[in-house]
Design a protein around this ligand. Structure first.
Ligand code: FES
Length: 497
């Protein structure tokens, strides 16, 4: 077993989030060098870590499955050839370790002889010291060879190494685990890491990256041609390869919205589900060869029929770039929504253009994340929260304000997060008036509700705040938090119609 572990692997072994380990490091309870922790240190912080703790790991995986929908988290064993390669690597390490143990045993035998020889030449005082030393060495050796001495983390780590491989991305230093049949690109997306890519299907070459160390394996054929000289330099397509061993790759990661290209995609309607009389959940699916690349919280323009178009926030996670969800709110005068409600059918074509907007997570921030959704502002907030869950964010709070109770239209999703995740809290607030028109007395009432939330939660003003909803309500909330002294960089807003 390796002496040092990445935070991602250590978190998986213990069954906690990376954020929890980072918190311990910040508090000085755990020592880390360059993002790595030693096994000894990990055990000192979690002395009760047992094999059974894998139940916790499974629990977290299940929560994510439920949160994102099963299609995103299909669990599967790695391919037989990948498994065989990993077991071969472990067998080599085992054989090496066994040879070393043999050598050490032989060395111990010689050591006892040497002790005997030296003792025979010593006077009685020195002989006593020598004897004490011999007893101490013997006890230590016996202790180290006791069957119970095996560290449970060592067993877990070995199992983890067969089932997963770790990928480190340079120069950004992101890291993630590859599980099951996942390609390198899919695994990165599930971990919320926006690597550069285009089609996801081996055609465009945008996901080309260089393997600096470790072994990868092509699991999907691709049409894009990588030249011989590039192959020799280690270039592969991330959408067509998986990791056999732990690997280090050199790849570009989108750091801002400017790194995401403008795209035009003809998607088709998978389903249109009525949430209630005024709200439809529109599920679009892109062609296999053309996925929508976006950052959580962004919007796209949708075009339906001959001429109806509207910019709408995406209500799903970039980790599933083929299945893109929208919440369509029917309101008087909104011809796009009328068309969707009255005419749009399964398999119809919808043109997507985008993405737009800068309402995205500030991922490098260590602060807690507070989300304020007003009515259908829940759509981009949902996308952000799902992304934050992929990133194992430490603290997530959601306050959903509805003009009426009916406007809090998908409470079950928030309840499921709250019930399943220790780091997630959720509160609903009914404004009692139309949140699209907020001024005068209504503004006062809304401010009072915000006052009550701040009074009850001391951590709120130390957090990053994300607010989405109708322009009026968002404006009031933004002014409120800026008035409390929060800098503009910590209050992100998006207005949603
Ligand atoms: S994303 Fe297009 S080739 Fe990999």
């Amino acid at each position: 077993m390796s002496e040092v572990l990445s935070l991602t692997r250590a978190a998986r072994l213990i069954g906690v989030t990376r954020a929890e380990l980072q918190k311990k490091i910040q508090r000085g309870e755990m020592i880390s060098h360059d993002g790595m922790v030693t096994v000894g240190n990990l055990l000192a912080c979690y002395p009760d870590a047992q094999l059974e703790d894998t139940a916790e790991t499974r629990r977290i995986a299940l929560i994510k499955e439920r949160a994102f929908g099963k299609r995103v988290f299909e669990r599967a064993l790695p391919e037989p050839e990948v498994l065989a390669a990993r077991i071969t690597e472990l067998s080599t390490t085992l054989a090496h370790s066994q040879a070393q143990v043999k050598q050490f045993n032989a060395l111990l035998g010689k050591l006892w002889d040497k002790f005997g020889e030296i003792e025979a030449r010593l006077d009685s005082t020195s002989r006593k010291t020598m004897e004490d030393l011999r007893i101490w060495v013997k006890q230590e050796v016996e202790m180290a060879t006791e069957p119970g001495f095996v560290n449970p983390l060592a067993i877990k780590d070995t199992v983890l190494r067969v089932m997963t491989a770790q990928v480190t991305v340079l120069p950004s230093k992101h890291d993630f685990l590859v599980e099951g049949h996942d390609t390198l690109l899919e695994a990165a997306m599930r971990s919320g890491i926006p690597l550069n890519y285009g089609c996801s299907g081996g055609n465009c070459g945008l996901c080309k990256a260089r393997v600096l160390s470790g072994e990868v394996k092509k699991t999907r054929q691709h049409d894009f041609v990588i030249s011989e000289s590039e192959k020799q330099q280690g270039y592969v397509l991330l959408c067509s390869n998986t990791a056999v061993s732990d690997v280090v790759i050199e790849a570009e990661v989108a750091g801002s919205v400017r790194d995401i290209p403008f795209q035009q995609i003809s998607a088709h309607v998978k389903t249109t589900g009525h949430i209630d009389d005024d709200m439809i959940l529109l599920h679009l699916q892109t062609p296999r060869t053309q996925r929508l690349r976006f950052l959580a919280g962004q919007s796209v323009t949708l075009r339906v029929g001959q001429s109806y178009s509207m910019e709408l926030p995406i209500a799903s996670c970039p980790c599933d770039d083929r299945n893109v969800l929208f919440h369509i709110h029917r309101q008087p005068g909104n011809l796009f929504a009328d068309y969707v409600f009255d005419h749009l059918r399964n398999n119809d074509t919808v043109e997507m253009e985008g993405p737009h907007g800068e309402f995205i997570l500030s991922e490098r921030s260590p602060r807690p994340l507070y989300f304020f959704a007003f009515d259908s502002g829940f759509a981009p907030i949902k996308s952000l929260i799902e992304h934050a869950l992929s990133l194992d964010a430490e603290t997530i709070r959601l306050h959903w304000f509805g003009s009426s109770q009916r406007h809090i239209y998908l409470p079950n999703i928030a309840h499921a997060w709250r019930d399943a995740l220790d780091n997630f809290r959720y509160e609903e607030h009914v404004a009692g008036f139309d949140l699209r028109t907020v001024s005068g007395k209504r503004e006062e009432m809304l401010r009072k509700q915000l006052d009550a939330i701040v009074a009850a939660d001391a951590g709120l003003l130390q957090s990053d705040i994300y607010i989405a909803g109708p322009e009026d309500a968002v404006g009031v909330a933004e002014r409120y938090f800026l008035g409390k002294g929060l800098p503009k960089t910590r209050v992100a807003v998006a207005s949603v119609k």
